[in-house]
Write a protein that binds this ligand. Structure first.
Ligand code: HEC
Ligand code: HEC
Length: 431
């Protein structure tokens, strides 16, 4: 065997070994020191991460043609926090880490589960110590393209960077406090290397935690539902889609037309409410996003004028205290809506049929009822059952199943036997 042949053989073996390691993915194992005195669970649990040797791609998104121009206009990514692969990777680990909660039981993913479009199954979400939050969990898909860049049902968070820190300190949701979380993460062997990769040095601070979580959430984008494929081929929502059934096409015509849904759920936030003059005007400029243009009142509650009923959530009015804001809420994008129930800010409707029934028969009078629903109080759209069914069938075309199992958005923690977790994603019953 010649020297050069031997060397070549070794080189081949080395390459194979390297390839194998990369293929399987890099597993970082570390045990967690008892850093927070009052949370014994964290001390007892050895934790490990499985991350790919080359980070997943988060920074570049391959947007289909039919959304590219709008996506650029609606993108709420701030110049000072662009998505990087390493930043979103850190965000992903934080998102799934139960030690972000006071007692080590609850992560962001406890209430935002990938397999059900980053929502939960509860009418009102359950926090770290079993108490219920006052509202229904919201989907986290395509938040990057909510042009107003404000978050929560009442838009009280001014940016995604500000929003993502609030659940951590919320006394029902995660109950932790940021100052001790910063110390805890700095002492946790899992984190310094991830902060180093993401920000160039190992320093942990609250603003970096917020930036990384926001990067991860902004990376969760989806434009590959049956609706997208139909739109890409047809070129306009006004034409029938080849890949739709007759019922789905009928539902689409209603949604973008007479049923007025698109006038809110696909309206352009950059335009000065053109629909005010003509409530029947529909605006499909944002047809690929299915966001509302602004928080509005959609007639699910009666306004009692005195506002004495504590059961009625004031929505935006609770934040601004302005008369015209009471009863106004934003809505999540209707993408994946098939999976995001229960529906509305308080999860009052269990099924999509009951949501459409609301618009069809029971829109309630409210001083701030949006103009786009006026003249429908107490009667609703009053369409035939076949129209209700068609609308529901159309809404179900907005799901992109691939995203629900995309490894880039999955739990990076390796399950260990002793690990306490509420993350036991039982399959959601079909509704
Ligand atoms: C206990 C359940 C729970 C946990 C834990 C939780 N959330 Fe939420 N999330 C909710 C609920 C409920 C809402 C709506 C709350 C509201 O509007 O008042 C929400 C809203 C949001 C929104 C706003 C979406 C929009 O379209 O406006 C974002 C973003 C979000 N959560 C991210 C996170 C992140 C990041 C974490 C972890 C740091 C987290 N959540 C932890 C339940 C939870
Ligand atoms: C006036 C504007 C407006 C119109 C018109 C409208 N919606 Fe809504 N929709 C909203 C708002 C605002 C919410 C959130 C309200 C809340 O939770 O308090 C909402 C919520 C929803 C939800 C629940 C979303 C979730 O994540 O919980 C669905 C589904 C829905 N609408 C479908 C429709 C359909 C179908 C139509 C047409 C029949 C329609 N909407 C017409 C404004 C509107």
């Amino acid at each position: 065997m010649t020297e050069s042949f031997r060397r070549r053989r070794w080189a081949t073996r080395l390459m194979t070994a390297v390839t194998l390691c990369f293929g399987i993915g890099l597993t970082v194992v570390a045990s967690v020191r008892p850093v927070v005195a009052d949370s014994p669970i964290q001390a007892a649990v050895p934790r490990a991460l499985r991350l790919p040797a080359t980070p997943y791609r988060y920074a570049e998104v391959d947007l289909p043609e039919h959304v590219r121009e709008l996506a650029a206009r609606f993108d709420n990514t701030p110049a000072e926090n662009p998505i990087t692969d390493a930043g979103a990777t850190l965000g992903r680990v934080l998102f799934y880490d139960v030690t972000l909660s006071a007692n080590g039981t609850t992560s962001c993913a406890s209430c935002h589960r990938q397999e059900i479009a980053f929502t939960d199954d509860e009418r009102l979400s359950i926090g770290f110590d079993g108490r219920r939050v006052g509202r229904n969990s919201m989907s986290l898909i395509n938040l990057r393209y909510y042009a107003r860049g404000r978050f929560f049902w009442d838009e009280r968070a001014e940016s995604l960077e500000a929003q993502v820190l609030q659940p951590i300190e919320n006394e029902i949701e995660m109950g932790h406090d940021l100052a001790s979380l910063v110390r805890q993460l700095a002492d946790d062997p899992l984190y310094p290397p991830l902060f180093q990769e993401a920000f160039g040095d190992v320093e942990v601070d609250a603003s970096r935690i917020g930036q990384a979580l926001a990067q991860f959430i902004r990376s969760i984008v989806s434009f590959d539902s049956r609706f997208d494929r139909g739109l890409a081929r047809a070129g306009s929502v006004d034409r029938p889609f080849e890949n739709f059934t007759e019922e789905e096409n009928h539902g689409k015509s209603l949604f973008f037309g007479e049923a007025r849904c698109a006038s809110c759920h696909s309206a352009d936030p950059h335009r000065a409410a053109p629909h005010v003059a003509d409530p029947l005007h529909f605006d499909a400029t944002q047809a690929a996003f299915f966001f509302v243009d602004q928080p509005v009142a959609n007639g699910i509650d009666v306004d009692d004028f005195e506002r004495t009923d504590p059961a009625v959530d004031p929505g935006l009015g609770g934040i601004t205290a302005r008369e015209e804001d009471f009863g106004r809420f934003k809505s999540s994008s209707l993408r994946f809506v098939e999976l995001t129930g229960p529906y509305m800010h308080d999860g009052r409707f269990r099924t999509l049929e009951s949501v459409v029934e609301h618009y069809n028969w029971s829109i309630r009078p409210h001083v701030n009822l949006d103009r786009r629903l006026q003249n429908l109080e107490s009667s609703g759209l009053g369409r035939a059952q076949s129209d209700v069914d068609a609308l529901v069938a159309f809404l179900k075309t907005l799901t992109d199943a691939k995203l629900l199992t995309d490894p880039r958005y999955s739990d990076p923690f390796v399950e260990s036997p002793g690990r306490q977790s509420r993350l036991t994603p039982a399959a959601k019953p079909p509704r």
